[in-house]
Design a protein. Sequence first.
Length: 491
Amino acid sequence: MNEVTPLQQLGGLLSGLDLLIVASAVLFLFVISYIFGRQEKNTNDFFLGERKVPIIIACLSFVATEVSALTIVGVPATAYSENWEYLQFFIGSAAARILVAFLFIPVFYKFNCTSIYEYLRHRFGAETQYAGSIFFFITRLTASGVRLYAACLGIGIIVGWSLTQSLLVFTAVSIAFIAFGGIKAVVWAGAYQAIMFFAAGIALLLYLYFHIDGGISTIWQTAGQAGRLSLFNFDLNLNDATTFWAGTANAFFIGLAVFGTDQELMQRLLTVQTRRKSQNAILLTIVTALPILCIYLCIGTLFFVFFRQNPNIAEPAKAKEVLSYFTANFLPSGLKGLILSAIILASIDSPLSSLSSSFVMDIYRPLIRKNATEKHYLAVSRIGVIAFGLILTVIAFACQPIENILWFAFQIISLTGGATLGVFLFGMLTNRKINRGNVAAMITSTVSMTVLLVLKHYEYIGLAWSWLIVMGTIMTFSISFILSWFMEEKR
């Protein structure tokens, strides 16, 4: 018997209209890659787009990267199985964007950074730069592996592919797209992806609404009585990660770490011409990201009401599969293709460009090959995209045992994000200078937070994981500050 290929499986599960929508959505990405990639001549083009990207495009690309598959797949699952308390995180996130706009962005433009970890070299020295870049590799590869897993999980359920098939196909597409197009293709494609996330979310929301009896009042009553509309939790409980205090503090520090000290998102903001335009771009993301988040939370709530009204219909085996399960089994032709396109685009929006830029600018160029040509560095950048793409695939495959992919991604960032954020804040808020001591502070902080998370996991302590990035940031800052009095280096 002949083996059925993934393409044949796809054709058997989707209608011709669905296939046309998916093919057109992916084809348009490669059109963008061709248009913007054919003029890449050096690393300035490949990583910064010559700083000629319009503000609105940088904003939408930033939002698309922030949203990713974790929002499309993970947020509806959280609202479906829990409530709306995740929205509390946006308050801290919005505050973090404001601080990043006025504290971090001016510094990066002042030093004309291609990789933001170049700032650490200017401020402290090479060792701190290398440490910052390595911590970025660890954090971004792990968190993005979870994102890729979330996207491929959704794709696999909708089209009937195994996780391995989905990972291999869409990692190959991501590598081809980013290796050729560079950051300009990534940024412009991100704007297109954000628009698709809006369109798919609104279409699914309307479909669900018109297939639930009783309208808004019934939805409100059914979800409210089940506790699915709970938004604020003001309990003074340090052991609960979902309280307003823990959630807001966590989101603020994670926002600073992700928006301000993570090359993946900051790279988008560095592609615009001036500091002021970059600041306007990140401030604009506040009013752009919130509607997308609310749309996908509403979708999760409507999933819950739909299944309550139809008890004869089997619910998904796992909450994290609810969006894909509903898409595969209940959506009509056309809308199924639109939702699948959004998830596929989320899987293609990977961190490969930022990982490659950090590797080339922070590690390869200063340590391995100092005086090569721009053509050589551009070639290495594209090889880096391929290598990091393969590493991401392995990490994503290892994420299968994870139940709540949304919270897991935040936990990963909480472990290492505080170390990186602490050293950046130490550089920006003090005039103290230390180099190797920063590395010691970052390692100590990360090891300490990892130990606390393990103790929390095995219930030896009750501290909520959402406080880890707060503690890690304070610990890194404090250790660096104290060591600077004993190990201060001459400027």
